[in-house]
Each structure stands twice: as structure tokens, then as C-alpha cells.
Design a protein around this ligand. Structure first.
Ligand SMILES: Nc1ncnc2c1ncn2[C@@H]1O[C@H](COP(=O)(O)OP(=O)(O)OP(=O)(O)O)[C@@H](O)[C@H]1O
Ligand SMILES: [Mg+2]
Length: 251
């Protein structure tokens, strides 16, 4: 469904993505893990064209583009098929929950306001925030704000939702409600590419876990295999470190 080929991204002399090849099937749930600074966010941002890669190809929904030379029109076409959930929610502070969820439908997809708001109400219902439609982000808890962030992505009806550490800015008490919503989406087989340090979520929900280091995919596989029998020493070292902080998960 989506294919990334030989993706390279540099910042000055720093090669942040060093030839990423990745195919994702429709309905697949993929979790990306790896040390800080290894290019996980950059990969998501390049897939969504929030950043422009230096070379490589991106294919999505029948459109295949040179990632370094995509036209504005192609970028818009590809972007319509993806949605992004940010670590810091990135909600519009001056819009209420309803308008935040409806925004993209109006601006990107050109829906009339009434139709977009009707759809946004359905979404708020589904994410358990129907009673918060009129609330502004400042009046919502972190967990509620992130659920609105996910609701916005759901409204887009995107082929692929990209999540960049969606729970790591949250107080611990709000993490479960956000992971719960993500699990519900996964159960519907919404295609998802999720960067997270939540190893239990990865174990329970991912079809495939990808370990990145130094701008490369070092190793990937089903969580059962990757967590219990990692092949590469870098994967082993990373998992040792993370699992020491989440001891209940040690194999
Ligand atoms: N806009 C930018 N300009 C220059 N360098 C950048 C920029 N964005 C990211 N980098 C660098 O690219 C590298 C990869 O960053 P990236 O944010 O993709 O890592 P990450 O794997 O998401 O890390 P983390 O787990 O800390 O979020 C880092 O060395 C970072 O400093
Ligand atoms: Mg990151």
C-alpha cells in the first residue's frame, strides 16, 4: 500500500536517513523503535512531506514520486492519504475541539463547514469527547487533547496514520486512554506507523516492529520474535536498556 525506497535525508553533513526501504500493507500496524536521534521522526516527516528527502521514492495509493522532486500537486495528493499525530498534539489553541477535528476536512479536503462539523461530531462521539465539542484545548487534559489530535487524524479518513511518540508528552495518568484509542483503531485495521517507547503497546498491537539506528533499519519482525530473539547486537543493547526501565516486559 505504501512503499518507501532508498530514502535519504541529510541535514548538512549529518545523514539522518541512510537508505530506508519500507513497505507497509493495508491494515498493518507497525511500531518503530530506536535510540534518540536515529531518524525516526525524520522518517515520518519525510513520508508526510513535512520534510523533503534528498533522494528516494515514495509510493502511496497508486502514485509514485521521486521524494526529492515531487510537485506541489503530488505532495498534496499524497498528504491527503496520510494523517499525522504529533507528540505535542499541535492543536489550534484558538479553536474548540469540534473545529480542530473539522479543520482539515474544510481546509484540505474542501468540505462545506456544515458537513465537516457533522462528521467531526461523529468522531468526537467515537473518541468519547462528545461533551467537549465546545471546549478549547487549554480546557482539556493532555489525554483529551491527544484524543482530539487522533480524532483529527481519524476524520481525515487517511489510508495511513503516522504517530510520532503520541504518549510521551502525557502525564502518566493519561497514557492509557490514548493507547486505548490507538488500540481501538488498530482493531479496525487502520494502517498505522507508530514511533513509540511503549513496549507493551508494541507487543500487544504491532504486526511488525522495526528497530532503527543510525538512519537505517537494523532489524524488523513480529514483536514476539524481535523482543525475544533480537539478532543484531544494537537491537539487543537497546532492548536491554528499555526493558530495564519497563521490567514487567523482560522476556
Ligand atoms: N530540522 C533539523 N535541522 C537539523 N538537524 C535536524 C533537524 N531535525 C532533526 N535533525 C537531526 O536529525 C537527527 C535525527 O533526528 P530525529 O528527530 O529524526 O530523531 P529521532 O529518532 O526521532 O529521535 P528522538 O527519539 O529523540 O525523537 C538528529 O541528529 C537531529 O539532531
Ligand atoms: Mg523523534
Amino acid at each position: 500500500m505504501i512503499k518507501v525506497e532508498k530514502l535519504i535525508k541529510r541535514y548538512g553533513a549529518n545523514t539522518v536517513l541512510n537508505g530506508i526501504d519500507l513497505s507497509i500493507e493495508k491494515g498493518e500496524i507497525i511500531v518503530v523503535i530506536g535510540p534518540s536521534g536515529t531518524g525516526k521522526s525524520t522518517l515520518l516527516r519525510c513520508i508526510n512531506f513535512l520534510e523533503c528527502a534528498d533522494s528516494g521514492r515514495i509510493t502511496l495509493g497508486g502514485l509514485s514520486v521521486d521524494a526529492a522532486r515531487a510537485s506541489k500537486r503530488d505532495i498534496l495528493t499524497l498528504r491527503r492519504q496520510t494523517a499525522f499525530v504529533f507528540q505535542n498534539y499541535a492543536l489550534f489553541a484558538n479553536k474548540n475541539a469540534l473545529a480542530n477535528v473539522a479543520e482539515r476536512l474544510i481546509i484540505v479536503d474542501g468540505w462545506p463547514k456544515a458537513r465537516a462539523h457533522a462528521r467531526a461530531r461523529e468522531i468526537l462521539e467515537r473518541i468519547g469527547l462528545a461533551d467537549k465539542a465546545d471546549a478549547y484545548p487549554a480546557a482539556l487534559s493532555g489525554g483529551q487533547q491527544q484524543r482530539v489530535g487522533i480524532g483529527r487524524a481519524m476524520a481525515a479518513n487517511a489510508e495511513l496514520i503516522l504517530f510520532d511518540e503520541p504518549t510521551s508528552a502525557l502525564d502518566p495518568e493519561w497514557v492509557d486512554e490514548v493507547l486505548g484509542l490507538m488500540k481501538a483503531l488498530a482493531a479496525e485495521r487502520q494502517t498505522m506507523l507508530v514511533v513509540t517507547h511503549e513496549m507493551q503497546f508494541a507487543r500487544d498491537v504491532a504486526d511488525r516492529v522495526i528497530f532503527m539506528d543510525g538512519g537505517r533499519i537494523v532489524e524488523q519482525g513480529p514483536p514476539d520474535k524481535l523482543f525475544t530473539d533480537p539478532q543484531d547486537e544494537r537491537t539487543r543493547a537497546f532492548l536491554r536498556k528499555v526493558l530495564a526501565q519497563q521490567p514487567s516486559l523482560a522476556p
